[in-house]
Design a protein around this ligand. Structure first.
Ligand code: M6R
Length: 608
């Protein structure tokens, strides 16, 4: 979603802001702009479309100045046009505002301002906020911003500058992530650490209701009631190289290939081989707590929700605890039954997904125990849950989640293992599960060595218009995830189903043009899935099957098979998802799609 970057320091701001915006391109956007305090005015340059359009505009005239703000906009209110792009100016033209989020009462405020003669040039809620700040301005930007924010309802991360105070940048957050970068004699604000990583790794994460005032001499955090807030300075562990493509054609491909390492990092230090259990101190759960839990609810969105569905199979099978998986967007608005013995697990790569965050808050409000399995360190969900486990998958830049998905499954598996060992799982079974988990990185590496096979397969199916993904048991969510990967980056319509459900409807779609991808490892439901493959074959469907090494049966039915190494039944999703990620990737590349930034999608969905 939208990206914010701001700078106060001794250097020229425009190149720093443009580089910051480039680093945030992966989040998804459809217009961009910068505002620089330039002489005694504010110079705004903005353009609809990709950053390259803005770069062209800046070529003819680059605003000079050492204080500025930059924004990439993902349209919510108003089309992705140049007038709607940020920054927006107030009525005087001296105050510039960039904003992530949605001001819900903007129409009411707009009407009131129009009655006072304000004229608006865009359809955005952000311009309304700019005018409101301008209306409150009496020579102190900090006070004007605070006054305006008392009036607004909704979510925001904002950064504001004023020509009348050329050395000041004011930023604030409520429901939309924002951090302060602390450099050597220079200060930044950003919605995403990657925007400022080139300049500093020292960051201060703002919380909801907080404002920060940056000057050339430092920064000061306060809340809306003017109370000073002391904040810790955190160090970001990763460096610039981890957010570069490093020789890969796309971030998505790089991230798929990083999985042996990312998965190893997720489980590193958590597995207790002797005890056949897991050490998960960050969850803040005692053995007694684990035993008291009588229900698990996993809440998430998109790919993380699919990881949650796999988690459900693992929790119920190993820990014998009832587990439900809920879309966070549904959980937050219904009347869920939870109590102090319910463990609510929020799963999120970004840790900023608005619905998942709201679900966490709702669960806490109702007295449930909340934990987070989150990738981005310092993110809002990670800070709001009562305990958590970082995935340690490293930054995921490609919009299509790949390595984070498998790390989420591994993290869920470790929580389930810990709970299971305090209940019904034997020492031996626990040790076997750990052995299987530890073998996964090398097994993924083996699968990745055969990426060229998947590439050839993609060549044959790149022109398909539809695809069906089918799996059973713990591999049914893999079918959902495989279908989501294909549709989001290649724009081929794809559906995932439990294989047996095919007969209840989707079978009508099968003809000789329909690729049907089966996830069919040698597990307890193998014979059943072979029957389903026969059914598709009988109707002329083109079967692609992911099977276990050594399988000789499915080959005679399928158009193509891809083998994965044998593992614990409950961990097959981790191996089976890798060729499906590669398949989606190569199909999308063949179709000329923008793999890392698919149309209309954002990496981090911070609005509802
Ligand atoms: O950051 P999160 O894991 O909370 O994000 C959830 C979904 O928005 C995300 O998984 C989305 O579905 C991806 N585009 C999937 O590739």
């Amino acid at each position: 979603m939208c990206g914010i970057v701001g700078y106060v320091g001794p250097k020229q701001a425009t190149p720093i802001l443009m580089e910051g915006l480039r680093r945030m391109e992966y989040r998804g956007y459809d217009s961009a702009g910068v505002a620089i305090i330039n002489g005694d005015g504010v110079k705004v340059k903005k353009a609809a479309g990709k950053l390259s359009v803005l770069v062209e505009k800046l070529r003819t005239e680059t605003p000079r100045g050492t204080v500025g703000i930059g924004h990439t906009r993902w349209a919510t209110h108003g089309a992705p046009t140049t007038p709607n792009a940020h920054p927006h100016l107030d009525r005087s033209g001296k105050i510039a505002v960039i904003h992530n989020g949605i001001i819900e009462n903007a129409p009411v405020i707009k009407k009131a301002l129009q009655n006072r003669g304000h004229v608006f040039k865009s359809e955005t809620d952000t311009e309304v906020l700019a005018h409101l700040i301008g209306a409150y301005y009496e020579g102190n930007l900090e006070q004007a911003v605070a006054a305006a924010l008392w009036d607004v309802a909704g979510a925001y991360g904002i950064a504001v500058i004023s020509a009348d105070e050329p050395d000041v940048l004011v930023a604030a957050r409520n429901g939309s992530p924002l951090l302060v970068g602390v450099g050597e004699g220079e200060y930044f604000v950003a919605s995403d650490a990657s925007a400022i990583l080139e300049h500093t790794r020292s960051v201060v994460y703002l919380d909801d209701g907080e404002m920060v005032v940056l000057t050339r001499d430092g920064y000061r955090v306060r809340n809306l009631t003017e109370t000073h807030v002391e904040k810790p300075v955190n160090q970001i562990e990763w460096d610039l190289a981890t957010i570069e493509r490093g020789g890969f054609a796309h971030f998505m491909l790089k991230e798929i290939f990083e999985q042996p390492e990312s998965l190893h990092n997720t489980v590193r230090g958590h597995l207790l081989e002797e005890e056949g259990s897991a050490r998960l101190r960050g969850l803040n759960l005692s053995d007694e707590d684990y035993k008291r839990i009588n229900r698990v609810i996993i809440t998430a969105c998109g790919t993380s929700w699919h990881a949650g569905l796999i988690g459900e199979y693992i929790f119920e099978e190993m820990a014998r605890v009832p587990c439900e998986v809920e879309y966070a967007s549904e959980f937050r608005y219904r009347n869920p039954i939870v109590d102090e013995n319910t463990l609510v697990i929020a799963v999120s790569q970004s840790g900023e997904t608005a619905d998942t965050l709201a679900a966490v808050r709702e669960a806490k409000r109702r007295g449930a125990r909340t934990i987070g399995l989150v990738n981005v360190v310092g993110s809002t969900i990670a800070r709001e849950v009562q305990g958590g486990l970082y995935l340690r998958a490293g930054p995921e830049i490609g919009v299509a989640s790949t390595k984070a998905f498998n790390s989420q499954v591994a993290a869920l598996a470790m929580v389930a293992l810990k709970m299971a060992r305090l209940r019904s799982l034997s020492l031996l079974q626990g040790r076997q599960f750990i052995e299987a988990l530890q073998a996964l990185p090398a097994q993924i590496a083996k699968v990745l060595e055969r990426a060229p096979e998947v590439e050839k397969l993609a060549d044959r199916f790149a022109e398909a218009h539809n695809a069906l993904y089918l799996g059973r048991g713990v591999n049914f969510p893999v079918a959902l995830e495989g279908a989501l990967k294909l549709k989001e980056i290649s724009y081929i319509h794809a559906e995932g189903y439990p294989a047996a459900e095919m007969k209840h409807g989707p079978i009508a779609l099968i003809d000789e043009n329909m690729p049907v991808v089966f996830i069919a490892p040698r597990d307890a439901v193998y014979a059943k899935i072979v029957s389903n493959i026969e059914e598709v074959k009988a109707r002329g469907g083109k079967v692609i099957a992911i099977v276990t090494e050594g399988d000789s049966e499915i080959g005679r039915l399928a158009e193509a098979v891809f083998t994965i190494p044998p593992t614990h039944d409950l961990l097959t999703p981790i191996l089976a998802s890798v060729p499906l990620q590669l398949f989606a990737y190569y199909v999308a590349v063949r179709r000329g799609c923008n793999v890392d930034q698919p149309r209309n999608l954002a990496k981090s969905v911070t609005v509802e």
